[in-house]
Structures are given as C-alpha cells and as structure tokens.
Design a protein around this ligand. Structure first.
Ligand SMILES: NC(=O)c1ccc[n+]([C@@H]2O[C@H](COP(=O)([O-])OP(=O)(O)OC[C@H]3O[C@@H](n4cnc5c(N)ncnc54)[C@H](OP(=O)(O)O)[C@@H]3O)[C@@H](O)[C@H]2O)c1
Length: 161
C-alpha cells in the first residue's frame, strides 16, 4: 500500500525550529498534546539529532524510523529518507529536523503539513527550510494562546494543491 506522507513542525515567527539540540522555547503543553494526538498510531521519521533530542527513546504507540549513516541500537534505522519511507506503514509523518523536512518537501509523496506557528521570535541554529508556498493552501487553522510561551499559537493544516 502506498504511504501517505505528512510533516509536522512547530516554528517561531522567524522560522526557527531548534537551538542547541533542543526546542528553542519552553515546553508548550498544548503543542506537545497536538503532536502526540496527531501522530499516534502512525509511523514517524526523524533525523538522528532529533532522536537524540528526545532522549534516544522511541515515541510510544508509533513506528519510529531514525535516519542516520550509522546503524543505531534498539531502533529502526534508515540510511536515507527514501528507505525510511519504505519502512513505514500506510501513514507516516516526517517529524524533523531541518534535513528531514527538506527531504519530505522534495518528496512527491508529501500531501499534508501540520504547522504550529508560535507567534514570538526565538533565536536558534535550526530553521524550517524554504519551500514553494504557491503549491500549498491552508485547509484549516485554529488559534490559541499558551501561557507556556506567553504568546499566541496557530495550528495550521496545509494541503498540496
Ligand atoms: N520545532 C520542531 O517541530 C522540531 C522538530 C524536530 C526537531 N527539532 C529540533 O531540530 C534540531 C535537530 O535538527 P537537525 O536538522 O539539526 O538534525 P536532524 O535532521 O534531526 O538530524 C540530522 C542527522 O540525521 C541524519 N540524516 C538526516 N537526514 C538524512 C539524510 N537524508 N541522509 C542521511 N542522513 C540523514 C544524519 O545523521 P548521522 O550524522 O548520524 O549520519 C544527520 O546528521 C534540534 O534542535 C531539535 O530539537 C525541532
């Protein structure tokens, strides 16, 4: 069965997604819950650094595939994005970091993007890649406010045109 590929990301106003191997912002409970609820039951594809950032442990109730040039113990490892997708069940999410998002954006299998906009500037060293916005439309969005970051959040669902 063909894999249905999505990506899920949280980014700041300036497109920042990571800082020093971690998220640039304090834990945002509402976004973490959204991530868990959206990806549970599916496969998740992540880069080796993202895997390390979550404590080198598999996310529960999901098939985890980690991309690395080195075989990692106790986790499904893939040498590149294409072979990671090949290991996935029918529904898969690219969950970062930057290189994995770039690979997902370049894949013709990518149909949906779940983007959490954090309406605040955060400094960091890892950014969501540029992509052709004319190929995407926002199907739905929901606004919220988080005390954790003391700012507005927008949960957007983008679909490929
Ligand atoms: N805001 C968000 O939603 C979000 C989501 C995820 C991660 N993050 C943050 O992003 C940062 C980590 O992202 P990152 O971009 O630095 O690293 P990353 O993509 O998580 O991991 C990079 C590593 O993954 C492997 N890899 C990835 N793509 C590959 C490919 N196509 N072919 C071969 N190997 C590949 C390589 O591992 P080897 O070096 O082992 O070969 C590479 O060094 C952290 O700060 C994390 O907290 C944020």
């Amino acid at each position: 069965m063909a894999v249905e590929l999505s990506l899920i990301v949280a980014m700041s106003k300036n497109g920042c997604i990571g800082s020093n191997g971690d998220l640039p912002w304090p834990r945002i409970k509402e976004d973490m819950r959204f991530f868990r609820e959206t990806t549970t039951g599916s496969s998740v594809i992540m880069g080796r650094k993202t895997y390390e950032s979550i404590g080198s442990k598999a996310l529960s109730f999901r098939k985890n595939v980690v991309i690395s040039s080195t075989h990692l113990a106790n986790i499904n490892t893939a040498i590149d994005f294409r072979s990671a997708v090949d290991q996935c069940f029918y529904k898969a999410f690219a969950i970062g970091g930057a290189r994995v998002y770039s690979d997902a954006l370049a894949s013709d299998k990518l149909r949906t993007m779940y983007i959490t906009r954090i309406h605040k500037h955060f400094d960091g060293d890892t950014f969501f890649p540029d992509y052709d916005k004319s190929k995407w439309r926002i199907e739905s969005h929901r606004q919220s406010y988080s005390e954790d970051c003391k700012c507005k959040l927008t949960f957007e669902k983008h679909v490929k045109i």
